[in-house]
Structure formats: C-alpha cells, structure tokens
Design a protein around this ligand. Structure first.
Ligand SMILES: [Ca+2]
Ligand SMILES: [Ca+2]
Ligand SMILES: [Ca+2]
Length: 240
C-alpha cells in the first residue's frame, strides 16, 4: 500500500467512527415496545417506567374498569415532536390521555382525538404541550374518571374539567385544582364502576428510554476516536 492509500484509509476509518459515534449519541437505533407489567399504578409513586434502550414507540396495556388509571413515567427527549395516541383492541374503550410534568402538575389532556372517534390523542405541536425535555407522567384511563389535586377528591379539586365540549379539544390543566399537583383520581359518577378489561395500544413519538448514555459509553467512543486518530498520524509519519 502506498502512503496516499494508507492516509485515505485511516481518514475514512476516523470519519466512519465519528459518524457512528454521533448516530449512537443523537439517534438511538433501537425502537422499544413496552408491555405493561401487572397493572401500572395511578400515582407518581406507583407509576410504571418503561425500560430498554432507544426510542419508546408503543406501550401495550389494559384497563380493568372505568375507574382504573395507568400512569407511565416517560422521558420526553423531543418536546417538539412529542405525541401520544391510544387505540383499543375492541374499539369500544372510550379512552382519555393526560400528561403531567415531573412534579405532577397537569400539562394537557384529551378525550377524543377526532369527532366520532372515542380514542384519545395528544397531538404534536400543541401550544399546550410539553415545552422542555425531561421526565413526565402519562396517564391512560377511561372517560368516567378524572385527575384531582389538593386535599380531596371533590370536583373542586379537579385538575381538568371533567366534561368539555367539544370532546375533541385539547385542554390544559384548567380545572380548579390545576395549580396543584396530582394526588388522586375521582370517578365522575361515584359508585358507577363498570368492568372494562380493555386492551390498548399507546403510540408515542419524541419519547426515549435510557435517555442519557452512561459515562463509560462516552469514554469508549472518545477512546475509539483517539485511537483511530493516533494510528492515522503514526502511519503518516512512518510512510512519508
Ligand atoms: Ca393497567
Ligand atoms: Ca392501573
Ligand atoms: Ca375518549
């Protein structure tokens, strides 16, 4: 091999390693699909955190009754593209979605994504949506229950209005209790709990798991880049 070829080879190797390192850091290759383990709780302390490595694309779960709430702790890595939408296997689940920030304060929620569609959806690009990357809590629940805050579960403490027309609107934490974090859930019609056993699929974008690479990952990538660079430099000295 002549020196020109060697130099080109090592330049190429260094460039390839750099691109690989960048793509690993910026764009995790893996897509994660999470299946609810047991039953996700309904409070910040009992929320379920999907695990894995990469972009969280789907959560598969189920709700047992119209008073059941599944709360998931998620890392929104890209608030601009964040979106969430639910479909149920049966098509009969009148779902609601509500997003809370890391402190449990309501961000926004939706009952029906579209007119004539009972599936809930939180669209990307909503002015009410998350403004910064970070930890959030996403709740999936049936139409007949609503998040509460403060010291009770009376309607006075509802974070969001329990009824809002049109039901397709995306609403902020505009209920009387919206200035306080989530403390519980209240049935809209107390005593009217019905069995649902509905399976749902929650589609997500802008969410990742293992959002922060371990320090060792950075160290390995930097060491790799340094090694390739050093080899290229040494080759150049020896062959010229
Ligand atoms: Ca569940
Ligand atoms: Ca639950
Ligand atoms: Ca709905």
């Amino acid at each position: 091999m002549n020196s020109k070829l060697n130099n080109n080879f090592f330049k190429k190797a260094a460039a390839t390693t750099s691109l690989l390192a960048l793509s690993l850091l910026v764009n995790p290759a893996h897509a994660v699909n999470w299946t609810e383990i047991g039953d996700a709780g309904q409070l910040l302390s009992t929320a379920q955190e999907p695990l894995g490595d990469g972009a969280l694309r789907n959560i598969y779960g189920s709700v047992s009754t119209n008073a059941d709430v599944d709360l998931y702790k998620i890392f929104i890595s890209d608030p601009i593209t964040f979106s969430a939408s639910v479909t149920s296997t049966s098509g009969n689940f009148d779902s609601v979605l509500a997003l809370f920030n890391g402190g449990g304060y309501g961000v926004y929620g939706n009952d029906d994504a579209r007119l004539g569609d009972r599936n809930a959806g939180l669209p990307a690009g909503s002015l009410l949506g998350p403004q910064a990357p970070g930890w959030y809590y996403l709740a999936v629940f049936g139409l007949d229950t609503t998040p509460t805050s403060g010291n009770g579960t009376t309607p006075d403490h509802y974070i969001a209005p329990d009824t809002s027309s049109p039901f397709t609107s995306v609403i902020g934490a505009s209920g009387p209790g919206g200035a306080s974090p989530l403390t519980g859930w209240a049935p809209v019609a107390p005593g009217d709990v019905v069995t649902l056993n509905e399976e749902y699929r929650l589609r997500l974008s802008g969410v990742s798991v293992s959002p922060v690479p371990e320090p060792e990952t950075y160290a390995m990538l930097l060491a790799g880049l340094g090694l390739v660079g050093a080899m290229a430099r040494r080759r150049k000295v020896f062959t010229e």
